[in-house]
Write a protein that binds this ligand. Structure first.
Ligand SMILES: Nc1ncnc2c1ncn2[C@@H]1O[C@H](COP(=O)(O)OP(=O)(O)O)[C@@H](O)[C@H]1O
Ligand SMILES: [Mg+2]
Ligand SMILES: [Zn+2]
Length: 263
């Protein structure tokens, strides 16, 4: 957790303790949000946050992840690993989740192959297991937002700082529709990723470019990503577009029942 968040949480806890908070809130702490005990001098001492505070914090980080709606739709359970490549991809993503030291996950390849689905399932599991904040951002939105603002240095640092410091960052569709004339785009990505690289923070990336193409776009960025990803890179080479696959299967199903009906 970022230091300012910790101190804010502590301030909240102290205030609740002083004000007695709402006693109907939680039967364990009576709404004080913390577990207390009397020390040897008979003074109340905070032992730690109550479970209700932890749960509230967990709910908050799910809501601020930007993935809440996608979590139900994109799970490991409903990911159909119908080929060897996908069986491998799913298993690699699960290993990434359980490897607490893993830093980068790179899912690369054509559109519709299930990259975002798997990355979202990874984020849900990371949140669930490690209970640390996650931020999801589409690459185009990230650069568009930055371009749209006339920021002072301080504002820019605040804006970028969010993506630099978050425990887990997921950038979807890295370099999608990149404006090649816009060097600032690369600078922005470099600044965020280089900082995360140095702090060894978890970063999940999906992109329609393969590693070679990423390297040709920006060697420094792709090199760092590749280095930290180690065994957690997957290029969806031979995977079909799942949207197209679904439509085709649905059509063939309807055709079969039509033929039966008319036969
Ligand atoms: N193997 C799969 N099993 C189940 N659903 C899938 C699979 N691959 C893709 N999908 C679904 O197909 C749609 C497109 O997948 P998505 O992950 O967005 O592709 P990408 O990010 O590679 O463009 C999503 O609705 C996703 O849930
Ligand atoms: Mg995607
Ligand atoms: Zn409580």
């Amino acid at each position: 957790m970022v230091l300012s968040n910790v101190s804010r949480l502590l301030e909240d806890l102290k205030r609740n303790l002083k004000e007695g908070a709402n006693s109907s809130d939680c039967p364990i702490c009576n709404g004080k949000r913390v577990i207390t005990k009397r020390n040897s001098l008979g003074l109340l001492e905070i032992v730690g946050p109550c479970d209700c505070t932890k749960q509230e914090y967990y709910k908050k980080i799910i809501e601020s992840s930007g993935l809440k709606e996608k979590f139900e739709e994109c799970t490991f359970e409903n990911f159909n690993a119908y080929s060897d490549e996908l069986i491998f991809a799913k298993s690699m993503c699960k290993s990434f989740v359980s490897d607490s030291l893993a830093k980068n996950l790179l899912l690369l390849g054509k559109s519709g192959t299930g990259k975002t689905h798997l990355a979202t399932a990874v984020c849900e599991k990371l949140l669930n297991i490690y209970k640390k904040p996650i931020l999801y951002v589409r690459y185009r939105e990230l650069v568009q937002r930055l371009k749209g603002l006339t920021l002072s240095l301080e504002e820019r640092e605040k804006f970028i700082g969010k993506y630099k410091n978050i425990s887990n960052l997921y950038i979807d569709d890295l370099f999608k529709n990149m404006d090649k004339r816009y060097e600032t785009e690369k600078q922005l990505v470099f600044e965020i990723l280089d900082y995360r690289y140095s702090k060894r923070l978890k970063t999940i990336i999906t992109s329609e470019y393969n590693l070679k193409e990423l390297l040709s776009i920006d060697e420094a960025i792709a090199g760092r990503l590749g280095e930290r990803a180690k065994g957690y890179i997957m290029v969806f080479d031979n995977v079909k577009n799942y949207r197209a696959k679904r439509i085709k299967e649905d059509m063939s199903k309807r055709y079969k029942s039509f033929s039966k009906g008319s036969g």
